[in-house]
Design a protein around this ligand. Sequence first.
Ligand code: SF4
Length: 394
Amino acid sequence: MRPTGALHLGHYHGALKNWVRLQDEYECFYFVADWHALTTHYEERSVMERYVYDMVIDWIAAGLDPERCTIFIQSRIPEHAELFTLLAMGTPLGWLERVPTYKDQIDKLKDRDLATYGFLGYPLLQAADILIYKAAGVPVGEDQASHVELTREVARRFNNLYGRAPDFEAQVAATLAKLGKDDARYFERQRKAFGETGAPEALAKGEAIVAKAAAGVAGWTADDSELLLGHLKGAGKSILTEPQALHTEVAKLPGLDGAKMSKSYGNAVLMRDSPEEVTKKIRGMTTDPARVRRTDPGTPEKCPVWQFHQVYSDAPTKEWVVKGCTTAGIGCLDCKQPVIDAIVQEQSPWRERAERYLTNPKQVHWIVEMGTERARTVARQTMKDVRTAMGISY
Ligand code: SF4
């Protein structure tokens, strides 16, 4: 997550809540993506200094437990930059220009000059961030799915280029000969199709041929199977792991005006807003424009407060809202009160947890230090493998 400002409820419900859940299911690495923030905010040095540790406090406040997951800062592990550089050597420019968020972001952030090498390359930096931990999964929203796909392509290409023994081709030819002409030709067709399109059926058909050979070809060995399966997937040996996108249904919370919640739009409720601020902000929220007077009936679907009820309210409360709104039986301030109460209640453990670290910033630094050390151990090992595979391990 980029450290570009205090976290708000949109961050919590859109990502953090899921992160907290994942720490019990997986070995998780969460990092402050300060280099990524620089790809769009390279002129704003003060932003970074202010928000890096603040963001870690927000994470811990939300429930990330440094004992159960690894929390660190990207720029403290230069190996990310090294892998980015090495991957950049063989990544076609077209792959980066094609990433849908590239043009989209350039259009959206018109006030910034994003015609930079860093901005074009940030999905590759993201790929390095993922691949350096040999991550099996990456929790992302739909809009980031293409980045995970790029990461998979980059890993596949790397394994293809550097994961082979010098006599790999000769070994493959000898093993294919054991299959017999027809099966060998059929296998090669599936391999080509999978390499070009990534079609899972082609992969399955190729694997079936190998399974058939393992069961019926005389003199077939486990090494033969491994060799051909590696050949099928485009790699002799898997040095970098292709990650999967971990999609989760997350609640979408709009901003106070119904647009996307963002601190820069001035429509956000911050995770650490005081109860007074929460009350003031929610009471001032935009409602269905048809409800000009208290006596005008409204339509909850046209009101952002209703979306807050979807996240925060139980079924009876939601029924009360629908009935009260559509019959003008309740006023908008009545309707907003259960949302205010629920947010204040949700924030209470966050405030408690954050307080400990706000009064003792050294403890946050120490947590990041420990996390950085843990992450660095993994990153260093991957870089050893990468350098050896590329022939630059002098
Ligand atoms: S009563 Fe509730 S749902 Fe209806 S317009 Fe007012 S705030 Fe929105």
